[in-house]
Design a protein around this ligand. Structure first.
Ligand code: PGA
Length: 253
């Protein structure tokens, strides 16, 4: 792994101020597991409040607009989430691709706006079950990434990629270690080609899709897995910290 394993909670459209106690518990406990880097992406409405609670963990947003400002009712710019305390933004999540018809080109524009605002990026990619069953998963994911990876200078330093098979998200199903390794190696190959081996080595490739405390050790010890993007299991401090503990105990792959 390039650095410490990176464990990121994606709260999706979950959480009111009542969830702040979970954030506080995650933050306090994360100080004991420094071998892992821990972060959460709450909904926009909680970014500022979670940022104020957190001393140790990173705070991120789940999306941003690609423009700086203007007449876009209901949208939020990268500079706004940075101002609220976010240090990174998740972009290209499959739920946004499906629910909001986001294209690779739009995702690329959002990435550039977010980098411009000083944010780090977690760029998500992943195939549907139909694509995997056709045997086209690797080709599909590389195509998504080729069209959305940032080309601007030094982008790799602030980039994380998350491979999340769509069929594994929220379903309790996970890809096999063999399939995860194959995909992560293919993604690494593309990152090497795009940024050169030295810069590519800075980019962690996370796995996401039904990561839980009881499967985290196995997934995190797959070669080229640099951490996990966690949805459902990040909503309680207890289950999220189970994954953090597994990450801090996993030997470098
Ligand atoms: P899940 O979600 O852990 O609930 O499967 C992962 C994600 O969508 O980031």
């Amino acid at each position: 792994m390039a650095e410490r394993p990176y464990i990121v909670g994606n709260w999706k459209m979950n959480g009111t101020r009542a969830m702040l106690s979970e954030a506080r518990a995650i933050d306090r406990a994360a100080q004991r597991y420094m071998k892992a880097e821990v972060a959460v992406a709450p909904p926009y409405t909680l970014i500022h409040a979670v940022h104020r609670e957190a001393e140790q963990i990173g705070i991120g947003a789940q999306d941003c607009h690609d423009g700086d400002d203007g007449a876009h009712t209901g949208d939020i710019s990268a500079a706004m989430v940075a101002d609220a305390g976010a240090k990174f933004v998740i972009l290209g999540h499959s739920e946004r691709r499906a629910d909001h018809k986001e294209t690779n080109t739009q995702i690329n524009a959002k990435i550039e706006a977010a980098l411009e605002a000083g944010l780090r990026i977690i760029l998500c990619c992943g195939e549907t079950l139909a694509t995997r069953e056709k045997g086209d998963a690797v080709e599909f994911v590389l195509k998504q990434l080729k069209a959305s990876l940032p080309k601007i200078e030094d982008a790799a330093e602030r980039l994380t990629v998350a491979y999340e098979p769509v069929w594994a998200i929220g379903t309790g199903k996970t890809a096999t270690p063999k399939d995860i390794e194959e995909m992560h190696r293919a993604i690494r190959g593309l990152l090497d080609e795009t940024y050169g081996a030295e810069q590519s080595a800075e980019v962690r490739i996370l796995y996401g899709g039904s990561v839980k405390p009881d499967n985290a050790r196995e997934i995190l010890s797959v070669p080229e897995v640099g951490g996990a993007l966690v949805g459902g299991a990040s909503l309680s401090a207890e289950s999220f910290l189970g994954i953090v503990v597994a990450a801090s105990e996993t030997e470098d792959a």
